[in-house]
Design a protein around this ligand. Structure first.
Ligand code: SF4
Length: 625
């Protein structure tokens, strides 16, 4: 079945100081599993750079010193694949996890998971991006993890009922063949197709989430990128994925940095990367997006956090909070791609403003207030982070449910947990607080399950069965949910239903919430959002969508905007939107079995079978207050 080779990386994040998990492709996870391990836990720190090698072909686990090898991922993955493969044919059996130079100096470091692309004869990379897990990796002086496994076949997991899985797999493959071209074109352009959709619906973040569309967005949409993607080669990040969405630009000649002049393969760019490195930074140059994508990847930097941090710094620059003296001479206006590239290279050298940028939005806010006397309230409003994690690339102002989908997460605002904008804003399927709360219960739990099982979410709903709209709950894609229940049972020999699937996630989700509580977070105040996620902060923003906001004021808030200044209208809109967000919090907490303060109740933990003494001990003092 498509999308069955994902790995999950879990750590305490250096930007949020609480739980972080990232779902990622590449061959490492399956190879580790075939070598006999369900998980690998890395405790403590090495004194010198090391590589951990799990060799399933020899039945060994080794920790080797690695003083000579490169750090940047596109070089290191090639070096280690060459080093641990017996010959060219054996390279397909080696998978590498690595980070990059910038992750040593930034808090927004990520991990690359490789696989060897036998047609291109080169290593490909997929990213576990969020929350600084690459920073943790390099801080522990891990240069790489390597897993090796040979003779991969479809039945290595000794599943209980292979035919049931094959049948669902065949159905999905047929849907891909018949429907992908008319639905999402994942096989042709990957997630880049979202750029034009988001721009059309005013959801594509532009200039630090101020706006949701831009006349130049077509320069970086999928039609602009499609000619740059290599066609006709299978682009699955694990064997057997017929969605094959991991597009790549081959032979891209770099114009900047230490690899200038070299021709490289760039994995992506995907939607989030285009939004962050492109529109949100006010840059509409596809070659910049590709170049910046390459360097973020090889330096081990999360493109989402980098994009949102860059956008924030640019707005600070345009407001005089930053200036050339403070950026070391960089003119950090929206649209200045040269300044962005220089800051990224500085980050990899551990120098100058690049290091400031790499500390992420929350740390920059603190620094700018403390050292430059910036207005903390303004920075809180425009700094797009929650819990210390930078927002991923969707404008949530007109979707209350998505505001919750971002800020009511355990790990911070990341689209992989709940993506409700279309259900809420476009299709208006969840009009009441209770409807939104139900969606903010179901979808985060359903999506969490993919991480727990090592599955990819994209085949769930990026292509839907032809009759999906006729089902009772089209947003859930019931036929595909049934595929996953069937696959779980066929793999394990158990017999769960779709409700137990949600319960499995709920146990983990509540455990994470309590873990965060123990770390000093996990409460209502930690689910607060920056106001820009909910509404217009500045006069410029309000006036850019004046008709919409005025109409809402009249029809929804019940106040006549006539004769009011823009500042007055911003204040009225804000009061209303902040109030409904609080009501949403109440409704969601109730649905999730939590108190008004966001604490899981003991009754709810009992229902889930999670009333373990260690957990009760953590929640009890918060329930008594
Ligand atoms: S859909 Fe895309 S990301 Fe998911 S497993 Fe397939 S190729 Fe990988």
């Amino acid at each position: 079945y498509s999308g069955c080779g994902k790995s999950l990386v879990v750590s305490i994040s250096p930007t949020t100081d609480s739980i972080m998990d990232c779902n990622v492709g590449g061959y490492f996870g399956p190879f580790l599993k075939f070598a006999g391990f369900d998980a690998i836990e890395i405790q403590g720190k090495a004194e010198k750079d090391v590589i951990v090698v799990v060799d399933g072909t020899k039945g060994t686990v080794r920790i080797e010193e690695a003083p000579e090898e490169a750090v940047d991922s596109h070089v290191l993955a090639e070096q280690l694949t060459e080093m641990y493969a017996d010959d060219e044919n054996d390279k397909r059996n080696v998978a590498v996890v690595s980070s990059g130079k910038a992750a040593e100096y930034a808090l927004i470091g990520m991990l690359n998971f490789s696989w060897y692309d036998v047609r291109r004869k080169t290593c490909r990379l997929k990213q576990a991006g969020r929350g600084g897990i690459g920073t943790v990796f390099r801080n522990k002086k891990i240069k790489a993890l390597v897993a090796k496994s040979s003779g991969v076949k479809g039945d290595m997991n000794h599943v209980a009922d292979m035919e049931a899985i094959r049948e669902r797999g065949r159905n999905f493959t047929r849907e891909m063949r018949e429907l992908d071209d008319s639905q999402s074109r994942m096989r042709k352009v990957g997630t880049a197709h979202l750029v034009e959709i988001m721009n059309d619906y005013d959801l594509l973040p532009t200039c630090n989430f101020k706006f949701g569309s831009h006349p130049e967005a077509k320069k970086i949409d999928s039609k602009a990128l499609e000619p740059k993607f290599t066609k006709g080669l299978p682009d699955g990040c694990w064997l057997g994925c017929t969605m094959s969405c991991c597009k790549a630009v081959d032979g891209f000649e770099l114009k900047t940095g230490p690899y200038k002049g070299q021709k490289v393969i760039v994995d992506g760019p995907e939607y989030e990367t285009i939004g962050g490195l492109g529109s949100n930074s006010g840059i509409f140059d596809p070659d910049h997006v590709i170049e910046c994508n390459f360097y973020c990847d090889t330096y081990g930097i999360d493109t989402i956090s980098f994009g949102t941090s860059t956008a924030f710094a640019m707005e600070c620059f345009e407001n005089g909070i930053l200036n050339e003296e403070r950026t070391g001479g960089l003119k950090f206006n929206f649209g200045n791609s040269d300044a962005v590239m220089e800051a990224l290279h500085q980050m990899a050298r551990g120098e100058g403003f690049g290091v400031v940028l790499g500390s992420g939005v929350r740390k920059m806010k603190e620094k700018f207030v403390k050292e430059y006397g910036a207005d903390p309230k303004f920075l809180q409003d425009i700094g797009m982070e929650n819990k210390g994690l930078e927002y991923s690339q969707y404008v949530s102002k007109e979707s209350l449910a998505q505001q919750g989908g971002f800020a009511m997460t355990n790990k911070g605002p990341q689209h992989d947990e709940a993506w409700l904008i279309f259900m809420d804003m476009v299709n208006k399927q969840i009009p009441t607080f209770e409807d939104k709360a139900e969606a903010l219960h179901y979808f985060p739990m359903f999506r969490t399950w993919f991480g727990l099982m090592g599955l990819c979410k994209l085949p769930w709903n990026d292509v839907e069965p032809a009759n999906n709209e006729e089902t009772d709950e089209p947003a859930k894609v019931p036929e595909h949910v049934d595929n996953y229940v069937t696959i779980f049972n066929a793999v394990t020999g158990k017999s769960i239903d779709k409700y137990e699937l949600i319960r499995q996630s709920e146990r983990v989700y509540n455990f994470q919430r309590i873990f965060n509580l123990r770390k000093g977070f996990g409460k209502r105040e930690n689910d607060a959002q920056p106001y820009r996620a909910a509404g217009p902060v500045t006069v410029e923003e309000y006036e850019s969508r004046k008709d919409r906001y005025d109409k809402q004021m009249k029809e929804i808030i019940g106040v006549d905007p006539e004769g009011k200044t823009t500042e007055e209208k911003i204040a009225i809109t804000r009061k209303y939107r902040e109030n409904v967000y609080e009501k949403l919090l109440d409704a969601v907490y109730k649905r999730r079995g939590w108190t008004k303060k966001g604490i899981p109740t003991i009754e709810h933990l009992k229902e889930l079978g999670m009333d373990l003494p260690e957990l009760i001990e953590v929640v009890k003092p918060h329930l008594e207050k």
